[in-house]
Design a protein around this ligand. Sequence first.
Ligand code: SAM
Ligand code: DTB
Ligand code: SF4
Length: 330
Amino acid sequence: MSANPVIGGHFTSVIRHNWQLNEVEALYTLPFNDLMFKAQSLHRNYFDPNEIQISSLLSIKTGSCSEDCGYCPQSARYDAGLKSEALMPVDEVLQAARRAKEQGASRFCMGAAWRKPKDKDVERVVEMIQGVKELGMETCVTLGMLTDEQTQRLKEGGLDYYNHNLDTSEDYYSEVITTRTYQDRLDTLTRVRNAGISVCCGGILGMGESDADRAKLLIQLANMPKHPESVPVNMLVQVEGTPLMGTEALDPFIFIRTIAVARIMMPQSRVRLSAGRTNMSDEMQALCFLAGANSIFYGDKLLTTDNPMTNRDLVLFNRLGVYSGGSSYA
Ligand code: SAM
Ligand code: DTB
Ligand code: SF4
């Protein structure tokens, strides 16, 4: 064992899969400046500190979802005033991908409001994946729970990333979702990993969870046999009509601390500053980048809710001297 100059403690490796709650709590409670310094120092060992990867999102099937995720405007159980849309035709999806590429996105993420897809849906999604790859973009899809066969089909179709979030800790999970279990999510993630597809997995903050819940979510992610290549950290977008509307707002510094702790625990992963940027100041986003976030969702819309206008992001990138670069894993 040797002293690590960045982390300050004694570690055989900084790529660890055995994080304990007390260690993560100790990171969370460091003085803010110390935590930011550790996160930023480690970030620089693995990434260009001024490069931000950009992904664009498209909802390829919207609303009427059978699940009861308490945050989600797409659940059929809540009235969020959303217009449902069937699975989009392939050519319309490719048009949107072309636009996203022109705007500078390197990855195109397609999301569907399903508990799980039907086999015939997967065939159409495979056509979308092939078309987007032909444009020279990385592909990501999020379709809900998958069978082994569907996962294999997506892999054969050339899919790069599968997004499937754990959302929160196992303990808090049942406060937010009752129609599928934490274990269901872990099983889908294992299928994706075993099929050789890169994993995009993270969660949502600001749902009323505790400090321990946030730490436990990060432990779930970092203690997987391999860290997810992408870790989206979403701030809850509160939507009128959903059960989580009206949840007390999270202290922005806790959000920034979570990015920093994620960066320390998963130093090679892309940590994505995901939903919720519309309500964040430029200064808060800059602190998230300093804490080690190095990816964003770019484009005026997330799936169904607003994202910052691309022009605001370009101005921010300019003011910070950061630029969008390639993609991929460190
Ligand atoms: N239906 C699929 C599923 O849930 O697995 C895929 C799409 S779902 C919309 C993808 C993820 O978006 C969710 O797991 C959740 O983490 C995130 N999400 C949904 N609504 C959100 C909200 N209001 N605020 C923040 N994140 C949200
Ligand atoms: C993720 O972690 N966040 C994205 C993506 N993965 C699919 C979705 C955010 C959705 C925010 C609410 C909406 O626009 O519907
Ligand atoms: Fe359906 Fe996904 Fe929304 Fe849950 S998060 S209600 S599964 S679309």
